[in-house]
Design a protein around this ligand. Structure first.
Ligand code: GAL
Length: 633
């Protein structure tokens, strides 16, 4: 994974929306603001290829030249994110089909099925043209493939998708028998005798849902299908440019789940991501920190790049609150502290037309004599004056949270013990408890190697519902080698096919490592919610037997009063804590505080201040006082 060398500042640049006079002004303003990189051409397909095979690069050549003359580097896009109208008119099967069997229309963006052969061919032809033309162009610093894969139409249920899904399944399972076993198809007469009987998991009769294993595999297939598109474009670019790094912008956001970014990151030269705040939430800086830390996890601890965020309001929330003075500086500082090689935005100049005309930009409708432009220029100058920061990755934390998109997918399914399980919220709450305690955490995937886990004193496992035997073994080895774990309820309940592990929920991880035998789940009823030590709980209780753990607290306001709720078991110098419930935030903070204290894990900052280091650089960001300090120790 590359570290990109310098701190970047700029954003998506869409000159095709403006007349030539504005372009010149853009370059001057970019220079004034300190912009050193723009992402060019992301949505330019229709402007480049005006008819099938008829390419117009004159305008793009001119824009590239202007930027280059102005000393502004280019993150060159492949323009494949929004197929033109002539294409979908001539080949309607480029358009995706949704869960209800409805073909989605042209007119928005990302209106393509990843399984569409025509889309694949036309996108490949376009990338070939762009890469051939600009592969040696000195103005280009990096490549930006497509845009936010899976953002608007991650799943397509067309016949072409069914065929592609079957091919994917044939690679995964040696025989139809193996697939039947994995999906448990003797349930409800779902057995398949021939590959061609298989379907994509579309809507089924009311009150029923497609087979759980089938749903999981379809989500895996869909993430892989988009990843194949990325790889196709990447490989075409590589033919013409062997030097410059290639990325695509992820969406590390709380409720974004469709693409398995840990898997994707392995295919990229460096990780980049987009992040937008829930601006109504006064604590959104904690979500920002979480998503930045998660992105660093995808990047395996290395530097990454924040490719998009907003200078002020977005246009797609119910109420689009503007950022408060100083907020954007603080936000960017936090991203940089957590490993971003700069601060990039959507977009350079606020659109005059189109559905994003009320989305903020570096240059607002009101022009450059504005709060937003002044503040971003201040940030540009700050980044420029601290170039050495780029040379250091964010310091590794002592605590890691296990994060896994497949858990997200599994826990979104219906027919669980309670519909209130919410993977994203639980992970966010655990993160927030640590953040407010001033304890930094990293994120690791559920299939992390022993070597990765061993870097951490403490590993947290919130709702790691599925684990393969091999993955389970790694956690055992981690504890055997001196690691400490916190395991939540509903963890390791199933294997990766969603088949339940029998004989006490949680398999060996809970029975042997945590020393607890879980018999039955009892979602909490209204009004229930306390433990014997005074901790407040929500959502979940369970009937457990203590096999060999020390009981920290029992359920007292539940259907299972007296049952162990919080336990700890020692294995030599290692400890495994088990939470058979969902602690409320304040209680989770206390619980984590007691653990980190016991393990001697240091904390710094907390409450409303974050303290993060990149080598000799110490970032101190006070979100209440709206202050950013950067020191070089
Ligand atoms: C992103 C997208 C941008 C822009 C932005 C608005 O998801 O990549 O093109 O639409 O959202 O917030």
């Amino acid at each position: 994974m590359l570290n990109l060398g310098k701190l970047h500042f700029g954003g998506d640049y869409n000159p095709e929306q403006w007349p030539r006079e504005v372009w010149k002004q853009d370059i001057e303003l970019m220079q004034r603001a300190g912009v050193n990189l723009v992402s060019l051409g992301i949505f330019s397909w229709a402007k480049i290829e005006r008819k099938d095979g008829e390419y117009h690069f004159d305008w793009l050549d001119e824009a590239i030249e202007l930027l280059h003359q102005g000393g502004i580097a280019i993150d060159m896009a492949t323009a494949t994110a929004s197929p033109p109208a002539w294409l979908t008119k001539a080949h309607p099967d480029v358009l995706p089909i949704n869960f209800d069997g409805v073909r989605l229309s042209h007119g928005g963006r990302q209106q393509y099925s990843p399984a569409s052969k025509v889309y694949q061919q036309k996108a490949a032809a376009l990338v070939e043209q762009i890469a051939k033309r600009y592969g040696n162009n000195p103005a280009i610093e990096m490549w930006h493939v497509n845009n936010e894969y899976g953002c608007h139409s991650p799943y397509c249920y067309s016949e072409q998708s069914r065929q592609a899904f079957i091919e994917w399944l044939q690679k995964k399972y040696a025989s139809i028998e193996e697939l039947n076993a994995a999906w448990g198809t003797d349930f409800w007469s779902q057995r398949y005798y021939d590959w061609d009987e298989l379907v994509v998991p579309k809507r089924t009769p009311d009150g029923t849902h497609p087979n759980p294993g089938q749903q999981m595999d379809f989500k895996r297939y869909s993430s892989d299908a988009h990843l194949e598109l990325f790889k196709m474009e990447r490989d075409i670019i590589r033919k013409y440019d062997q030097k410059r790094p290639i990325t695509t912008n992820f969406m590390s956001m709380k409720f974004t789940y469709a693409m398995d970014y840990f898997k994707w990151a392995k295919e990229m030269d460096f990780v980049s991501t987009d992040h937008y705040l829930a601006q109504h939430d006064p604590l959104n800086h904690i979500d920002l920190a979480q998503q930045a830390d998660l992105t660093r996890g995808f990047a395996d601890g290395k530097q990454w790049l924040l490719m998009e965020h907003s200078t002020s309001a977005v246009n797609w929330q119910p109420r689009n609150y503007a950022k408060t003075p100083g907020q954007e500086f603080r936000n960017s500082a936090s991203f940089v502290a957590r490993g971003s090689q700069g601060s990039m935005y959507f977009q350079w100049r606020q659109s005059q037309a189109g559905s994003e005309r009320f989305h903020s930009a570096l240059v607002p409708h009101a022009g450059s004599d504005t709060r937003v432009f002044r503040e971003v220029s201040e940030l540009g100058a700050w980044l420029k004056s601290n170039p050495d920061v780029a040379n250091y990755p964010t310091d590794q934390a002592n605590v890691a949270i296990v994060y896994d998109y497949e858990q997200f997918w599994a826990l979104m399914q219906a027919n669980l013990p309670t519909q209130d399980i919410n993977y994203a919220e639980t992970v966010a709450k655990w993160y927030r408890a640590m953040w407010e305690n001033g304890t930094r955490v990293d994120f690791v995937p559920a299939d992390a190697s022993l070597e990765t886990l061993s870097k951490y004193e403490l590993v947290l496992m919130p709702l790691v519902h599925m684990l393969s035997e091999q993955e389970e073994r790694v956690f055992h080895d981690y504890v055997a080698q001196g690691g400490n774990l916190v395991v939540s309820y509903f963890t390791n309940t199933a294997d990766r096919t969603l088949r339940v592990k029998l004989g006490g929920y949680g398999g060996k991880l809970v029975k042997e490592l945590a020393g607890v035998y879980v018999e039955e789940f009892y979602p909490l009823r209204e009004g229930q919610g306390a433990l014997s030590n005074g901790y407040k709980i929500e959502l979940w209780s369970e009937l457990t037997r203590n096999l060999s753990a020390d009981v920290i607290a029992k359920f007292v306001e539940s259907d299972v009063d007296g049952s162990p709720a919080l336990t700890v078991k020692s294995h030599g110098s290692s400890k495994v804590w088990y939470q058979g419930t969902e602690l409320k935030l304040g209680s989770q903070r206390k619980f984590f505080k007691s653990i980190t204290k016991e393990l001697g894990i240091e904390s710094e900052g907390g409450e409303s201040t974050e303290v993060v280091r990149r080598g000799p650089y110490k970032f101190e960001i006070d979100h209440e006082k709206n202050k950013v300090k950067l020191r070089n120790n």
